[in-house]
Design a protein around this ligand. Structure first.
Ligand code: F0G
Length: 459
């Protein structure tokens, strides 16, 4: 008998989670103004809101925390992290920050000015938010295939080089401070970018004299997909692939809360001293001194260890197999999802799940609320609420994809939890024809509205 696949770790510490009744959930979600971010965690049974900062640290990470050096300047924890970043990514210069969006804030303060253009592949919402906050524009150059959920393509995060070149030709060099490549591309469904595409982007960027930065939150998952799907890299180790990926960038922003498996932390990596020095002033202003940024010494120790664990093949195989395990059950039942499965999440195609619901009624949000009511499973809307309003016209932006993301925390849930989630979603699918009304907005913030928006049911 062939031995089945099994997780590459065992569990040392556990945390209780609470079941609830449908009646309780109906009441709680109403009190939360139908915004899943407003629920208390004990009102949720399986929490797939995000894979960010929700992972389980290892025994080695916890023990590294005990060895944290809390010196303000020159801490050994800082040097340990600096060495780990240089070793894994190849970037010799780095600045610690408290999380990914802080890295964006610091880097963009140094590089982006009003009127600038920042091309990329479906920028993440905080990235776009930081660009638009500076009255600059993010231009999406993702390949069209990414927007057809059922179309099988190994690298749906790739940049369309024709779209990119059109942007580079249209605007003068001074208005394009950088190209931002998100690996894996969260907004298009946790989809990877190939090394061939990274290389082509870098070559084109070099021709036009524009630096390339990687938004690297899920760089290790991207490397795993490259190993599986890009012929030339089949026999390379994850770490070799990671080094090669980053050799095509001038720098990186990192939300360490994802692939470095820590609960808080981030950093910016730089190839060039000039970029590092420009950003340093803003880091000191916004985050803290260059030797700790927004992190304590113990956090930096756990992060250094997490960078190694997050780039182990066995860990990544366990991780990505679990996402696919959930995805397969959902897809086999005929529920429309972004395919191939993403690295960190399953993205349900809400437009095709609820085809009759008007787009003005927030289709993916409606599906997210129904899934919560069904089983206490919390996902997150990646659709019209998230896409926000156009900064100039203030009209709602309707994105090509209206998705409900089920993001799986790292090393946290078992496959029994995945079975539970699949069953809850299947139940919603079976009664989808009864879901004929969505939501309207009661109250919203001018930027990043999805976090705090208040909704009411359309009557
Ligand atoms: N870039 C990407 C691709 C992300 O997915 C995130 C966060 C960030 C940057 C910002 O990092 O949260 O540490 O400030 N994504 C989380 C998510 C919030 O749920 O996908 P952060």
């Amino acid at each position: 008998m062939e031995l089945p696949f099994a997780e590459s770790y065992k569990i040392k510490t556990v945390e209780s989670i609470q079941r609830s009744t449908r009646e309780e959930r109906l009441q709680w979600i109403k009190e939360a103004k139908y915004n899943l971010f407003n629920l208390r965690s004990n009102q949720v049974f399986v929490d797939l809101l995000t894979d960010s900062g929700t992972g389980a640290m290892s025994d080695k990470q916890w023990s590294a925390m005990m060895m944290g050096d809390e010196s303000y300047a020159g801490a050994s924890s800082y040097y340990k992290l600096k060495e780990a970043i240089a070793d894994i990514t190849g970037f010799e210069y780095f600045l610690p920050t408290h999380q990914g969006r802080a890295a964006e804030n610091v880097l963009f303060s140094a590089l982006i000015k009003e009127g600038d253009i920042v091309p990329g592949n479906s920028h993440f919402d905080t990235t776009k938010g930081h660009i638009e906050f500076r009255k600059a524009t993010a231009v999406d150059c993702t390949i069209d295939e990414a927007f057809h959920t059922e179309l099988d393509h190994p690298f749906k995060g790739n940049v369309d080089l024709n779209k990119l070149e059109a942007v580079l030709k249209k605007y003068p060099r001074e208005r394009i401070p950088l190209i931002m490549l998100t690996i894996t591309c969260n907004s298009s469904g946790g989809q990877p970018v190939s090394i061939a595409n990274m290389r082509a982007v870098k070559q084109m960027a070099d021709q036009y004299g524009v630096p390339v930065f990687f938004d690297s939150a899920r760089f290790a998952e991207n490397a795993y997909f490259i190993k599986l799907r890009e012929e030339a890299y089949r026999d390379k180790s994850i770490r070799e692939i990671v080094r090669e990926m980053f050799s095509n960038a001038d720098g990186m922003t990192m939300s360490s809360k994802k692939d470095a498996i820590v609960n808080m932390g981030g950093f910016i990596g730089f190839r060039h001293q000039e970029h590092f020095e420009k950003a340093t002033t803003f880091n000191i202003l916004f985050e803290g001194f260059i030797n700790y940024g927004g992190m304590s010494g113990r956090d930096m120790n756990a992060l250094a260890q997490g960078l190694y664990e997050g780039t182990e093949f066995d860990y990544l195989e366990t991780r990505i197999n679990q996402v696919a395990y959930l995805g397969k059950q959902i897809r086999d039942y005929g529920i429309p999802i972004q395919y191939p499965y993403g690295g960190h999440a399953i993205f349900v195609d809400a437009k095709r799940f609820l085809p009759k619901l008007p787009k003005e009624q927030f289709v993916a949000q409606t599906l997210g609320v129904e899934l919560y009511i069904e089983g206490g499973v919390r996902g997150v809307e990646i659709g019209t609420l998230l896409a926000d309003r156009d900064p100039v016209t203030r009209e709602n932006r309707y994105p090509d994809l209206e998705l409900l993301r089920l993001a799986i925390p790292r090393r946290v849930y078992t496959n029994n939890h995945m079975d539970y989630v699949a069953a809850a979603l299947i139940n919603v699918f079976d009664r989808r024809k009864e879901i004929t009304k969505g939501f309207s907005i009661l109250k919203e913030a001018p930027i990043l509205r999805h976090f705090t928006v208040e909704l009411e049911r359309v009557k």
